[in-house]
Design a protein around this ligand. Sequence first.
Ligand code: GTP
Ligand code: MG
Length: 253
Amino acid sequence: MTSNHRRRVVVVTPTYDERETIADLIDAVLAEQDRVDAFELYVLVADSHSQDGTLSIVDGLAAQNPRVHLLDVHERGIGIGLFRGFQYAIDDLGADVLIEMDADFQHNPGDIPHFLQKIGEGYDVVVGSRFVDGSVNEMPLHRKALSVGANQVVRSALGLKNVTEITTSYRAFTSETFLKVDPDSVPWQEKSFIFVPVFLVRMLETGASATEIPMTMHPRVRGYSKMIYWRYMRDILSFSLKSRLGISSKHAG
Ligand SMILES: Nc1nc2c(ncn2[C@@H]2O[C@H](COP(=O)(O)OP(=O)(O)OP(=O)(O)O)[C@@H](O)[C@H]2O)c(=O)[nH]1
Ligand SMILES: [Mg+2]
C-alpha cells in the first residue's frame, strides 16, 4: 500500500522517425524503476506522426504495458512534441514530475535516478549538464564547440548564473513548475529546437529552485539527426539579443 504515496513520473520523449531506438529506450527507462522506489515511472512518446514505423512500434508496446503511452501530435517540431506531451502527461496521466529526454540514446537512462534524487530533495527543476564535474561528453569536437558557444551566448545575454547547461534536453521538473510557465512565452510551435533553451529559461524565471547534475552524453549511433544547425544558431542569437534588449515577443524566439 505504500505505493499509493509514490510520486508519478512521466518521462516524455519526443520522436520523429526513431524506430531504431524507441523500443530499447522505453525498456531502458522502465528498467530504472528498480532504482527509484519513491517514484512510479511512466513513458510518454510524443510523436510527430513519424513515417518510419515508430508509431506502430509504440502503439504495440502501449497495448501491452500500462506504463507506456503514445501521443501523436501530428505536426512536426520538437517543441510541439514536448509541450503537448507535458500537457498530456499532467492532464491525462496524472504526472507529478516530468522528465524531458531524447529518444535516440544520447541521454543515458541510467541518469534518471540522479534526477529523481534531487527532485526528492525538494528541487523544482533538475538540469542535466555536460559542464559540471563528473559529466561525460562523448560528442565529437565540433559538436562540443557548438554547445559551448550556444550555452555561453544565452547565459551571458540573460545573466544566468545558476545553470551551466541550457541546450540539451535532459531535465526533470515538477508539474507545478511547468504549469507556472505562460504558454505564450515559449516558442513551442516553432519548428527549430529553440524551444529547448527558452523553456528552461522560462521555468527559471518562475522562481523555481534549480540544481544541476552531471550527465553522460553519447553521440547518436542509430537513426538520423533532425537538428538543423544554422536555424538553431540563428534562433539562439535572436532570442539572446531580444532578451538582452528587453524586447519581448508573444512567441519569444
Ligand atoms: N515530436 C517530435 N520530435 C522530434 C522532432 N524532431 C526531432 N525530434 C526528437 O527530438 C530529439 C532530439 O532530436 P535529434 O535529431 O536527436 O537532435 P540532436 O540530438 O540535437 O542531434 P543529433 O546529435 O545529431 O542526434 C529526438 O528524440 C528526436 O526524435 C519533431 O519534429 N517532432
Ligand atoms: Mg539526438
